[in-house]
Ligand binder design. Structure first.
Ligand code: ADP
Ligand code: MG
Length: 698
């Protein structure tokens, strides 16, 4: 069978060298096996006929039975078109051809019964089917079952390899060869999850007779795909734990105990305590920790990180905290210095704007171990930054860092430091499981007590006067306000002008000296940003006009109003992250989403979701539905998940099943050495080789 599957596609009847080359280039189909692994994305039940009068917007491809009349050519020469009326007992539609008009006209017989197959479009208010497939009823060989649809490309189309053409090739394979595939899932797993065999699935995915067969085939193939992904990650994790020696931190240590007893500003939440226990446990095993900390905006991830860093310091190693922006890094620095001010711990800050002289001293103090805790930006990654003994790296807002960057921190020490990566906002469970499957995951699912819920309001441009009134009222109550403008790369210039215009308009409506404004955007120098930020933090300014540079991490408890301009241009994760900047103090907080009146369906859904809930986990789920996994994780990471049939935004349940199955299997046979796992082992080895080493992605 392997031989058949690896036969070059060129040798399939109806292909030949030219088409083979195209199939390779356009769809990556090199062999019979590749063709079989090209699955249909949709099916049409060919036993169901539509009526002309019942066509609606939701219809994709459909088939009708009726007769042709009113055949006419429109235009002349190269722009000649052909149209015909097609009528059944309920009404009629128009058939239209933009090419081959004369030839098609010749073959049409008025009054004869035809089956029409195509995709209706509303053109000038009339249902029209462009380039339909026409078969005279008398010639019709009754087509049982479902017709599959394959994706194709323009180039393939022009060579007759449209969906129909690919379908024919598949039919040829099945007609000329006996397709029997070796089973690649253990019998036990198949049984427990009620999966059909691989051979059966392959036939049913391409040549289904009914809906049930499609379902069975999809379930089997999706499960298989996700199962192998999970297995791969569990194996990687196993290898990492086995091969990489980690630091063992035996004691909680004086700094941590001192902090916990004497300087902790508030009682930790149950979730924070639980996560710390999980981290502590990792530290005690001597295994290398690679942990993802998931938590909603404001759930108190920083404090958890700090305690973990103090344990590290108490065990005579250094700790580093890396943040994606200077603002955030210096804010972490200030917060942590304040929290530790009565403790004998030396904290350093390193960012792009740290001066050369200061750097030199800092590097020396890192090498000597004098600096125990280093906070900073990407600057931490640079080669001259060397530690005496780096025991723990915390990466805040990890999605802002690339894979290679994160891996770089691993190599700052002979024994790789423990790694704790933190999300900005939650990632849906199924995504985390698939994408970060080789990491351990901790979740803070509880906000600190006493938070007042944030009220979110969606307003149109026409409400601006009322909005200004509301702002004045809040300022009179002593509150501060964020006013955020989009700044998105593609239209940076335009956006920048909008921001500046907005700033001017606000300055006019909120004039000095009664009102003080800050402004922060990406084009400012770091020190100017810092200055403006500090003014706002100290309460010297009332309104902070900004771009999304303030999106992550920034913490000003007295700011209780977040106004987001052109909110329709932001994604859900960003909106949620921005909203998370308020609701941090004791006052009731508001988030106002300003949009134009015309909103796309998706934008509407985003606004509705924001108004309805403040639960980051819930928002992440909606985001996944709207955007799909690739966009959610960011381009840097989406490529790793090249799934053929499973869809992470829809197949969450299968992910969980596959995960459980893979876990049970690896617990039973961690290295897949049992004879019945031979096939599994071989396939996993191929997978492990074909992908970059994920174990250092962290
Ligand atoms: P995030 O998880 O978004 O990074 P932070 O760590 O910035 O959240 O915490 C948000 C705010 O909550 C900070 O002002 C922090 O001091 C406060 N905080 C954290 N933990 C607690 C707690 N257990 N009780 C009360 N406030 C807390
Ligand atoms: Mg944070």
């Amino acid at each position: 069978m392997n031989e058949l599957l690896s036969t070059p596609i060129e040798f399939l009847k109806g292909v030949g060298p030219q088409k083979a080359q195209l199939l390779q280039k356009e769809l990556g189909i090199f062999t019979f096996g590749d063709l079989l692994n090209t699955y249909p994305f949709r099916y049409l039940d060919r036993s169901v006929y539509h009526k002309c009068s019942q066509i609606s917007y939701s219809d994709n491809y459909l088939q009708l039975v009726g007769t042709i009349s009113h055949v006419k050519e429109i235009g002349s020469g190269r722009i000649k078109r052909l149209s015909a009326r097609f009528t059944d007992d309920t009404g009629s539609v128009v058939l239209i051809w933009f090419q081959g008009a004369s030839w098609i006209k010749q073959s049409l017989v008025v009054g004869l019964n035809y089956q029409v197959f195509g995709k209706p479009k509303l053109i000038s208010g009339i249902w029209t089917i462009p380039h339909p497939e026409l078969t005279a009823i008398k010639d019709l060989t009754i087509r049982a079952g479902f017709q599959p649809f394959y994706s194709s490309t323009e180039k393939l189309n022009s060579k007759g390899l449209h969906s129909r053409g690919i379908e024919k090739l598949i039919q040829t394979i099945f007609a000329q060869h006996q397709i029997i595939l070796p089973e690649c899932l253990p019998e036990k797993i198949k049984k427990e999850n009620q999966l059909i065999s691989r051979t059966e699935a392959m036939r049913k995915i391409h040549l289904p007779q009914n809906e049930l067969e499609i379902k069975q085939a999809r379930l089997r193939l999706k499960f298989e795909e996700l199962f192998y992904l999970q297995l791969e990650m569990l194996i990687r994790k196993g290898v990492r734990i086995k091969q990489i020696q980690g630091f063992r931190f035996e004691q909680a240590g004086t700094p941590m105990l001192d902090f916990y007893k004497n300087h902790l500003p508030f009682e930790l939440t149950g979730a924070q305590k639980r996560v710390l226990k999980e981290i502590r446990k990792d530290f005690l095993t001597g295994n290398h920790m690679n942990r993802l900390l998931q938590g909603d905006v404001g759930s108190g991830k920083t404090l958890v990180a700090l305690v973990a860093m103090l344990i590290t310091i108490g065990n005579n190693h250094q700790a580093a905290l890396m943040a994606p922006t200077e603002i955030l890094a210096s804010q972490h620095f200030e917060t942590i210095k304040e929290l530790l001010k009565q403790m004998p711990i030396k904290v350093g800050l390193l960012t792009g704007s740290t001066k050369k002289a200061a750097r030199t001293i800092l590097f020396e103090e890192l090498m000597s171990g004098e600096i125990q805790l280093l906070i900073g930006t990407h600057a931490l990654l640079e080669d001259p930054v060397q530690f005496k003994s780096l025991g723990l790296v915390v990466i805040d807002e990890q999605h802002r860092f690339g894979v290679a960057q994160r891996a770089k921190m691993w190599r700052k020490n002979k024994i790789p430091p423990h790694i704790l990566v933190m999300t900005a906002t939650p990632i849906p469970r199924t995504l985390a499981m698939t994408f970060y499957g080789d990491l351990d995951v901790s979740v803070i699912d509880e906000l600190p007590p006493g938070r007042k819920p944030i009220q979110t309001i969606h307003r149109f441009e026409s409400h601006r006067v009322a909005l200004f009134g509301f702002m004045r009222k809040e300022i009179a109550l002593g509150r501060q306000i964020y006013l955020v403008y989009p700044l998105i790369k593609e239209s940076e210039k335009l956006d920048f002008n909008n921001l500046m215009d907005g700033y001017e308009a606000i300055s006019r409506s909120f004039p000095m000296p009664e009102y003080q404004l800050s402004i922060v955007h990406g084009k400012m120098k770091a020190e100017d940003k810092e200055y403006e930020m500090q003014r706002f933090i100290k309460g010297e300014t009332h309104i902070m006009v900004a771009t999304t540079v303030i999106e992550v991490g920034v913490n000003v408890p007295n700011a209780s109003v977040m106004i987001i301009e052109s909110a329709e241009r932001f994604g859900l994760a960003q909106l949620h992250q921005l909203r998370g900047r308020v609701g941090r103090g004791a006052e009731k907080s508001y988030c106002v989403l300003m949009t134009g009146a015309e909103l796309s369906k998706e934008a509407k859904k985003r606004m509705e979701t924001m108004v309805r809930t403040t639960d980051g986990f819930e928002i992440a789920e909606v985001d996944l539905q709207l955007r799909g996994p690739g966009d959610l994780l960011g381009t840097q990471q989406s490529g790793v998940l090249d799934l053929k049939i499973a869809d992470l935004s829809k197949d969450g349940q299968i992910v969980v099943l596959a995960r459980d199955a893979a876990r049970m299997l690896t617990e039973d046979d961690p290295e897949l050495v049992k004879p019945e796992h031979q096939a599994l082992r071989e396939r996993v080895l191929v997978l492990l080789k074909s992908r970059p080493n994920w174990s250092t992605i962290g």
